[in-house]
Every structure is written in C-alpha cells, then in structure tokens.
Ligand binder design. Sequence first.
Ligand SMILES: *Cc1c(COP(=O)(O)O)cnc(C)c1O
Length: 402
Amino acid sequence: MLSNGRQTLAIPGPSIMPDRVLNAMHRAAPNIYKGELIDMTRSLIPDLKAVARTAHQATIYIGNGHAAWEAALSNVLSRGETVLVLTTGRFGHGWAVMARGIGVECEVIDFGMQSGINADRVAEVLRADKGGRIKAVLAVHVDTATSVRSDIGALRKAMDATGHEALLIADCIASLGCDRFEMDDWGVDVMVAASQKGLMVPPGMCFVFFNDKADRARENANCVTAYWDWRPRANPVEYWQYFDGTAPTHHLYGLRAALDMIGEEGIGAVWARHGMLAQAVWAAFDVWGSEGPMKLNVADPAKRSHAVTAVSVGSPWGDRLRAWTEDVAGLTLGIGLGREPADGFFRIGHMGHVNAHSILGVIGTIDAGLKALGIPHGRGAGDAAAEIIAAAGRVRTDIAAD
Ligand SMILES: *Cc1c(COP(=O)(O)O)cnc(C)c1O
C-alpha cells in the first residue's frame, strides 16, 4: 500500500521521461511529406551536435544502442580488419560481439570491473602495432554495468603520442547529457549514443556522430550496407533519407522537447547537476558502508560515472532490496549486471530527468529498505546526502561549458 502514488524508475536506462517529453509526443500522426515535422527534424541536428560537443556530423537511426554500435562500426571498417576493444565492465564485450558479427576481428584489453581504461597500456599495444593492423580503438565512456567512467581525453592523447592512425570510437550511450563529454576537444572520431538515457526520450532512436577522418575511412569500408550508411543520413536530399524510410515521428517530437530542456538549462549546468547529485549518492553510501556490506563498486571518485552507480551488497541482498523498494515503496532500482552472483549487486540510475528531491527520495527509500530487511548499515546516510545537497544549493551549478 505504501507503493501507491507515482512510481519512480531509477534504473540506468530507460530513464525517467519528463512530462514535457511525453506531452510533446502525445499528438496525432503528422504529415511526413511536408510542413512542421520536416523543419523540426532539421532543427534537431545542431542541438544534438551541441550536446555531443561537436561541429562535425550527426545522424539519427531508428534503433537502440546496439544499432548505434553496428552503425558506427560498419561505416568505418572492412571485413577481416582488426579493432582494439577496451572493456571496463560489460558493454565493451557486447560491442565486440557486434563487431565480430559483421566480420571484424577484435583484440580485447580487459581493464576489469573497477578501474577505468589505462591509456598507457593502450599506447603500448598501438606502439607494438607497427603495420597499422588496428584500425580503430573502441572505448566505452561510462560502462553502465560497473559505473566506471574512463578518461577519453587522456586516451586520445596517449594514442596521438604513439603516432598510430587508429580511429577513436566512443560509446556515450550512458553518459551523453550526464557526464561531461567533449567530442571535438577530446579528439573522438566517432561517438554513439541512444535516446533513452541522458536524453530522456523512449528507447528506439540512436545517434552516430562522426568527423572527417571517420568519413574518409567510410570511403573504403566494405562492411557498410545501404541501411547503415551514414552519408545520406548526414546529408539528406529528401526528407526520408534522414532515416532511410519513415521518420520516427513521435520520438522526434519527444527529442525536440528534451533538447529544448537541455538547451534551456545549459549543457554545463546539466553536467554540474549530475555531478552534485552523484556526490549525494556517494555520500550516502560512504555512511551505509561504514558498518555492513554496502560498497560502491568504484573506489576512486574520479573514475565514477555521474549517471549511474553500481553497488555490491552481498548475495541475495541486492535482489531482496530491489524487491522491497519496488513492492513496498514504489522505487525500481537496477539489477546487478555482468556480476556473479548478480543478486549480490544492484545499480542506481541517476541520469537525465533527476533532481535533488528525487535523489533524496531514492536515498531515503534505500535507507528504509536496509532497515526493513535488517541489512547492517551505518546510520545517517540521508543526513550526509542532505548536507551535500544543502552545500550544492549555495554554489554555482553552471560550470563553464564554453
Ligand atoms: C544501454 C547501453 C548500451 C546498450 O543500449 P541498448 O539500447 O540497450 O541497445 C550500450 N552501451 C552502454 C554504455 C549502455 O549504457
């Protein structure tokens, strides 16, 4: 009975959809041949680029994150070529599966579940690759299973220092619109994202951003097929070419509303908000973990995502806690992903349409669940989180984005 009232989804995607997004989608089917939809779609491109922090190309696909993975790879690679996949959890491995599926060889450096990419190790591998066999380096900015965030700018610098020609392709599916990401400044050649995480739109749309170097690789790539080809999508002559078919009409209206919200807040302020809220979450865990089994997966705050937090609590308490918060209190937490035993882990999504009050609600609800289930924990987590929020409310939240 305590779960009646508005349910809260705190999983790392799909994320909470703002009323403004939902309302924008709630409309009759529009004309796809002329009129408002055409101009509205065109208006999305510069705003998508602004969120990605790129002056280069942006393309939209109907598909989820997996589709974006395949789209990015197929435009720059040929069958039999090799990519270097850097894994920091689960998603890099999934990306490698997609690469192998289109006939690309994968060399994997596994950085484990708790530390980010070590750029020096990547540089070593590239230096040893004298013949330039490795065509691209695949890096996940935030691995959603582990909540590890890697330093993509440092990776690029280390790659450049080797003089190696490999493209840098980044997965920002979890991080875009949450954790600071600078496509052009950091020298990322291709970036993939999806609609349902920081962008606050239902799953079903994904995005591939690419620069000129990546587009030159497209020249010789024999993996690319007509549907995945990014060129007509980036430079459509006819409206249907944006999507290679019918437009995802309602998703586009939802995205328009979401990009308006991000634009009004300012991307720097969006990043700062996620940073402050993540600190409140971490502060709560520091207290809970002071007595008992609760533990953040990533020890170093500099390597933690601001969009998602992975936690170990010991089997079977992850599953029990999730069941309690959902059934008794109306809060859905994320499952333990890619960990054994999975029921000893859970994750909190704090991406997109989240604010101080919603995060304090998540923390207070977890606190109640720990008490209800008799899971040992330090007392005062809500207090610690409230201190962070109180302090954040007194400082500037608009860190410079430009
Ligand atoms: C969610 C996610 C994906 C997969 O996206 P789908 O839409 O589920 O295909 C890939 N990479 C990362 C980092 C993600 O967070």
